[in-house]
Design a protein around this ligand. Structure first.
Ligand code: ATP
Ligand code: MG
Length: 834
């Protein structure tokens, strides 16, 4: 257990930028000022969108440091995304200087990982008392995909019928329990109905395997930290003394486990050692609670006052973000939800422009309208690309936008859509690293056992797994037995030899980790010595070229991590701050070790996992957080947009079945959550809001005819200027085929240069033979030998040969110094024909 320390009561350090109080408070209204300067106890700020909650939180931290002489090491701020954490830190640094880097500003998950790694030994003791095993400080973090794999393995071993009890459902139920802090033992008692009872069977075994793999899933991170704080008064006391200020943004989206975690950290009464509860400041908006599917509960905000009778509540009523028109639309929509506190949100920024509505023939027409409109706004100097965001309900809707943006040359960036860390080759490479950092990580180990192929077949793997089960040892340990005495456990000599070579290879690579080689070098060694890179190099599958690029990119990420540790450190990176930190006993700066690299990757890929159309979790991918995004349009889901603002926002796909999502039909509470999502979407806009829908949209290759979203009807008609309405003559809605091909002819497109470029991109509306084929045609680039092209990565090139047709069409292109590359022509090819 770390020794307790006395925090310096006065801040010993005079920062470079020490703004006077007046400056920190000058541009705040009286209610905001109260929230910033409030002293003592718990503070709740509840207010609608754009009323300055996040600004208050940031200012409050700056005020604590600058005026109340609080030490940065005493501040813990929790945000919902890594991006928000980085922004908040940046803003506080701007206000009070770099010493602010010693604060803990992070997501719940990142904060818990930090605590768990520090306190792994204590946690082990605590858990040993309750008969359960624990993880060591080098534990792996399992994301949704790893979790699903492990649940699959467990379910198979327990003979669970996957048709009756799909692993995904089991995983969701277990996750729900963890979010409610329900242990495997409690779950047995709590389970109602067949499915829950089956999940309660799987839960303890899943948990045992997690522990055996020395791994935590995302929910464990929170639950274990809570267990730790509740079981060890020493640890609780340490953090209580240390963090005298706990601040939480987007409080409405905390789930029960996170709620308890905050309560344990901040405390509700004086401890035996005499430490008072920390000052707790939470800000949120019940109307923006959009994560109920992940166990978030508005209850946390609505009953805050009951749970903390002493708490002070502040309401903010002025919106500084949006025009009156946008605000009125948002207010009208959210007013349809029942059981909410009515808020009087007002603005003095004027009426502003009307909302622009557009009814498209199909999703391509919708995307063309959006692209054309952006192009026109930028041409007219009314907005820059970076002022614009395009929202959709689920990630899969981004493809159509990407295609047209590429064709038109509109710069864009998809947030959360690329899912770099979800790609197979990236996951494979990371699995190698994870096994090297934590040899007990069974899911990762089994993933790479025969990747690339090395003669360890499924049967051999199953034999080893069965042996591990029988002997109650880990898969890694069983593998070692298999390597030396394979025939004893029933392995063919060939398999045993292959396993022996694999174990040897991993041991050899392990030496690099022991020697603390930089993560990038270890990764390079993995790609070389396992033959992974060679296998891709030799392949003539065009996709393997992309895979190689992704791996190169991963090496770059690792290289940057090693070379610029300060960019990844979360605290104490300034020299002065280090001294400062030392005085207060805060952590050493983190080293750029393999473990640190893996942790960063795991947490970066974590944020905003939301269920997509098929119910799969989507992981936000913020690996390029630091990228300069000036000058690009942002494409993202509404979930990802929470807390952000843009001068111009396009809300696309406002159709029944899309938004609100079909899954929510007939479920009052889920529909209410969709409506809150609509409220979030509208309130991101500062000056202009566009809303569109498509009469037909292809889903799973089938045309779907969706009526207008109910949320559209809920926006008062006088606020919307319909650029194009649903044709009443039936030309479109009924007799689709012709009408659906009228790209931009509907009147809303109105931009010559965009249309000209559209044509130059080789895509002519007149070339469509039927609406059903539309999307296929728009997605494929038609090239002939001799054509000149410009590829985003490779640059200018000439087509030297073509092969195949339809979805299998490829072209071999000579890119000069970049070499000759074979490319698929389907999907979003980052290339235009010149
Ligand atoms: N007193 C103020 N004077 C001028 N601008 C302000 C003031 N308060 C907030 N703002 C601005 O209003 C916008 C919205 O503020 P902020 O993002 O803090 O709101 P929020 O309540 O956190 O919104 P959300 O609910 O969407 O998270 C920001 O651009 C912020 O800088
Ligand atoms: Mg906010």
């Amino acid at each position: 257990m770390s020794t307790l320390f006395d925090l310096t009561p006065e801040n010993p350090f005079d920062g470079p930028a020490q703004p006077r109080n007046r400056e920190l408070l000058a541009d705040l209204n009286p209610a905001q000022r109260d929230a910033v300067t409030h002293v003592g106890g718990q503070l709740l700020v509840v207010a609608g969108a754009g009323s300055g909650k996040t600004r208050v939180l940031t200012r409050r931290i700056a005020h604590l440091l600058a005026e109340r002489k609080v030490h940065p090491g005493q501040v813990m701020a929790i945000t919902f995304t890594n991006k928000a954490a980085a922004e908040m830190r940046e803003r506080v640094v701007e206000l009070v200087g770099r010493r602010a880097n010693a604060m803990w500003v992070s997501t719940f998950h990142a904060m818990c990982v930090r605590i768990l790694r520090r306190e792994a030994k204590v946690l082990a003791d605590v858990l040993a008392d309750s008969g359960s095993s624990s993880v060591t400080s080098n534990f792996s973090i399992y994301d949704a995909d790893d979790t699903k794999r492990l649940i699959n393995l467990v379910a198979r071993d327990l003979d669970v019928d996957p048709k009756r009890y799909p692993p995904r459902g089991l995983a969701a139920q277990i996750s729900n329990w963890k979010n409610e802090l329900i242990t495997p033992a409690d779950a047995k008692a709590a389970a109602a109905g067949d499915a829950e009872r089956m999940a309660a069977e799987v839960y303890p075994e899943y948990q045992r395997r997690l522990e055996q793999a020395n791994a935590c899933d995302f929910d464990d991170l929170i639950m274990r930290t809570v267990e730790l704080l509740q079981a060890s008064t020493d640890v609780a006391e340490y953090y209580r003394r240390r963090f005298r200020h706990v601040l939480v943004d987007e409080y409405q989206d905390t789930n029960h486990a996170q709620y308890v975690l905050v309560r344990e950290l901040a405390g509700t009464e004086r401890t035996e050692a005499g430490t008072e509860p920390a000052e707790l400041c939470v800000v949120g908006d019940a109307d923006q609670s959009i994560y109920a599917f992940r166990g978030a509960t508005i209850r946390n905000i609505e009953e805050f006052e009951r749970d903390y009778p002493q708490a002070h509540t502040i309401l903010l009523e002025q919106n500084y973000r949006s025009t009156q028109t946008i605000l009125s639309a948002a207010n009208a929509v959210i007013a349809r939800n029942s059981g909410r506190r009515d808020k009087r949100l007002w603005t003095d920024s004027g009426e502003g422009d009307k909302i622009v509505g557009y009814v498209a023939d199909n999703e391509h027409d919708e995307a063309a309208f959006v692209a054309g409109e952006i192009d026109a706004l930028v041409d007219a100097g009314e907005a820059s690309y970076s002022d614009v965001a395009v929202f959709y309900r689920t990630n899969n809707q981004s493809r159509v936008f990407e295609e047209i943006f590429i064709r038109l040359g509109l710069p864009y960036r998809v947030v959360g859509g690329v899912r770099f860390y979800e790609r197979r080759e990236v996951r494979d490479a990371l699995a190698y690293l994870r096994v090297l950092a934590n040899p007990q990580d069974t899911v990762s180990l089994r993933r790479i056992l025969n990747v690339p192929k090395r003669g360890i077949g499924d049967r051999a793997e199953a034999t080893v797994a069965a042996y591990a089960e029988r002997e109650r040892i880990s898969f890694a340990d069983a593998l070692r037995v298999a390597a030396t005495s394979g025939s004893d456990i029933g392995l063919a000599a060939r398999s045993a030899n292959a396993i022996a070579r694999f174990v040897e290879l991993m041991d050899e690579l392990g030496k690099l980790v022991e020697a603390d080689e930089p993560p990038a070098d270890i990764l390079e060694a993995v790609l070389e010595r396992t033959g992974y890179r060679a296998q891709l190099d030799e392949s003539d599958d065009p996709q393997d070229a992309t895979r190689l690029e992704n791996l190169t990119e991963l090496v770059t990420v690792a290289r940057e991590f090693g070379e610029m540790p300060e960019a990844f450190q979360t605290e104490a990176d300034a020299v002065s701050a280090e001294e400062d930190a030392e005085a207060a006993g805060v952590d050493e700066p983190e080293q750029a070790t393999l473990a640190a690299f893996l942790e960063r990757v795991a947490l970066v890929a974590d944020t905003d996992s939301i269920p997509d159309a098929d119910g799969d979790a989507e992981e936000d991918d913020e690996e390029d957080d630091d990228e300069d995004t000036a000058g690009v349009v942002t494409l993202m889901t509404v979930h990802t947009a929470k807390g952000l603002e843009y001068p111009v926002v396009f809300g696309s796909g406002w159709e029944e079945g899309v938004f609100p999502h079909q899954r929510t039909f007939g479920k009052e509470d889920e529909l209410a959550e969709e409506r809150r999502l609509a409220y979030v979407a509208i309130t991101r806009a500062r000056r202009r809001f566009y809303v569109s829908r498509a009469l037909v949209r292809s889903a799973w290759g089938q045309p779907m005819y969706n009526p207008a979203s109910r949320f559209l009807d809920e926006i008062p008609a006088e606020l919307v200027d319909w650029r194009r309405e649903e044709p009443t003559n039936g030309a479109s809605s009924g007799g689709l085929p012709r009408a659906a091909t009228t790209w931009g002819r509907g009147g809303g497109f109105g931009n010559d240069s965009a249309q000209a470029r559209l044509a130059a991109g080789g895509m002519r509306s007149t070339s469509f033979s039927g609406w059903k084929d539309d999307w296929k045609k728009t997605a494929a680039l038609e090239l002939a030998v001799g054509d000149r092209v410009n590829h985003d990565k490779y640059g200018l090139g000439t087509v030297v040969s073509t092969d195949g047709s339809g979805p299998r069409a490829t072209a071999t292109i000579d890119f000069g110094t970049s070499g000759t590359v074979k490319l698929m022509l389907m999907g979003s090819v980052p290339m235009v024909k010149l």
